[in-house]
Design a protein around this ligand. Structure first.
Ligand SMILES: Cc1cc2nc3c(=O)[nH]c(=O)nc-3n(C[C@H](O)[C@H](O)[C@H](O)COP(=O)(O)O)c2cc1C
Length: 202
């Protein structure tokens, strides 16, 4: 049993930055995407536990299109670094583990699976919440060269490279420079009314 298994309290940062109109699971508000990573390894059982959470995401026809390419050794991470944008590399090079979320774009009949990205997105969301529950952090990145990743990691054509995820433990924001350091806190969201469309856009 994890310490957070009793009612997880809302973090002080979430209280400050994330007011809600309704009472929701505090885990959802406590999760955010820090860029400062501590110099602390991730145990294989914790890594596999967050991947297990992703495993249980729902998907269209239960096709489970998500796959997670894991880079935990220095050699594997160096390969990932070669296709990650400089603006992300500057902070994510300190992450002990990098994942590439790829998704199978085809269904079992060889046609397109229109839901693959939607489903892989749900799986990433589950992974991020379980990471937060375990006191870990998971930061997704779209800033990478997907074509280069496809080539570098020998990803078959029917899989789309969707996002890199940096996984580890939160570090000292002082390790970040300038704007990145200033932004190192949970972000807010649009008002609820702005995302609810009653009936239709018309
Ligand atoms: C698909 C996806 C791509 C993202 N790409 C980047 C990125 O390239 N670099 C980055 O620093 N953050 C990236 N982020 C993190 C978002 O900026 C962040 O999730 C968003 O601002 C909300 O903040 P929060 O996760 O702290 O709640 C990405 C997030 C997602 C889900």
């Amino acid at each position: 049993m994890l310490p957070s298994d009793k009612d997880e309290p809302l973090s002080s940062e979430a209280v400050k930055h994330r007011p809600t109109d309704y009472d929701i699971n505090p885990l959802i508000l406590n999760r955010w995407s820090p860029r400062a990573f501590a110099d602390r390894a991730v145990a294989e059982r914790d890594l596999h536990a967050i991947l297990e959470a992703a495993r249980w995401a729902p998907s269209s026809s239960n096709l489970q299109p998500w796959r997670f390419i894991v880079a935990a050794s220095e050699e594997q991470k160096a390969r990932f670094h070669s296709f990650i944008n400089d603006g992300n590399l500057i902070w994510c090079k300190h992450a002990p583990v990098l994942l590439l979320v790829v998704s199978k774009t085809t269904n079992n009949k060889g046609g397109m699976n229109r839901s693959h990205a939607f489903d892989a997105g749900a799986a990433w969301g589950y992974l991020a919440l379980e990471a937060c529950r375990r006191g870990m952090i998971a930061h997704a990145m779209g800033g990478f060269n997907a074509d280069q990743a496809q080539h570098e990691l020998s990803i078959p054509n029917q899989y789309a490279a969707l996002a890199v995820v940096a996984v580890g433990y939160q570090g000292d924001p002082a390790m970040l420079q300038g704007q990145l350091r200033e932004r190192e806190h949970p972000s807010s969201r649009m008002p609820l009314n702005d995302i609810i469309i009653e009936g239709s856009f018309a």
